[in-house]
Design a protein around this ligand. Structure first.
Ligand SMILES: *[C@@H]1O[C@H](CO)[C@@H](O)[C@H](O)[C@H]1NC(C)=O
Length: 286
């Protein structure tokens, strides 16, 4: 059931504005097009903290450099439109157990750059969201433009989105063939307040910590794309998400069965090669 929720996700945010409303310029983030007024690049070494109804952006030295109003609880994920943009192929698992996910790791290789460039954007990531689907924390590989920058090359950044704010680390360029390790870690928790970090292991500038978040329960391995006009706007071949490991705060390894979503009509498939929470493997074929 949770997977089908994804199909309705950013619908509210994508709804056309009333004619009388001022024009709000939109920019692209993992999760779809968003107002460009709530974009927040996190200073190097900085972090985020949920404090009451605000989110604080904290500099590396501990100074709060900006306080923004957290989004109201509406869904953040992109709808899969008839044009097959948004989350076009993904695998997911929802933790319904009583122990929180304490770590979620995934390795994949940066694909070749697409042979065609029509200004498309391709995002590849593992991600985690609360039950409500109202936020997302994700280490993201990106080709093409987004709110964080980018262009006709691969780059990595960590993102945290709620329904109105888009936070990201400064993108770091990377190249085809590089092995990425995207990790999401529960650093501590107290009651219903959860503290997380995400980063690409060994790539400095990609670490993003957030405190006071909701428990993050829905784990995904995702291909998301915008502005794709032909299959060669995607990289050739396939992306193998491997070394997928999930652990719980209890110390146990959860019993995991991955659901998957394809865009077979456009030639994109998601295959669960190895199920479970220990060295699981998911392949997205373009
Ligand atoms: C802390 O870092 C911020 C952002 O770089 C800077 O504006 C501020 O002056 C620094 N404060 C101290 C006490 O170093």
């Amino acid at each position: 059931m949770r997977a089908s929720t994804a199909t309705v996700l950013l619908v509210g945010l994508l709804a056309p504005f009333a004619l009388a409303a001022p024009t709000v310029e939109k920019v692209l983030a993992p999760g779809g097009y968003r107002a460009n007024t709530n974009l927040h690049e996190i200073p190097a070494g900085g972090s985020l903290a949920h404090v009451g109804t605000d989110i604080h952006i904290i500099a590396a030295n501990g100074t709060v450099v900006q306080k923004v109003t957290a989004g109201t609880p509406t869904k953040v994920k992109a709808a899969v439109s008839p044009l097959e943009t948004g989350w076009v192929a993904y695998a997911s698992w929802l933790n319904t157990g009583s122990s929180a996910i304490s770590s979620f790791t995934t390795s994949w290789k940066v694909p070749p750059v697409p042979t065609a460039n029509h200004g498309q954007t391709v995002f590849l990531f593992n991600s985690i969201e609360p039950n409500s689907g109202t936020a997302i924390l994700q280490p993201v590989l990106q080709y093409g433009p987004s709110a964080a920058g980018g262009g006709a090359f691969w780059a990595v950044a960590s993102w945290y989105l709620d329904s109105s704010n888009t936070f990201f680390t400064t993108p770091v360029r990377t190249t085809a063939g590089t092995t990425l390790n995207g990790i999401i870690t529960l650093t501590s928790s107290s009651g219903s307040s959860f503290n997380y970090n995400t980063q690409f292991t060994g790539i400095s500038g990609t670490s993003l910590s957030i405190t006071g978040a909701a428990q993050l329960t829905w784990a995904t391995e995702t291909l998301e794309a915008y502005g794709v006009t032909t299959i060669s706007d995607y990289p050739a071949g396939s992306t193998v998400f491997s070394g997928i490991n999930l652990k719980l705060a209890s110390g146990a390894v959860p019993s995991v069965s991955w659901s998957h979503v394809n865009d077979a009509a456009d030639g994109l498939t998601t295959t669960i090669n190895t199920n479970g929470a220990t060295n699981a493997q998911v392949t997205i074929t373009y």
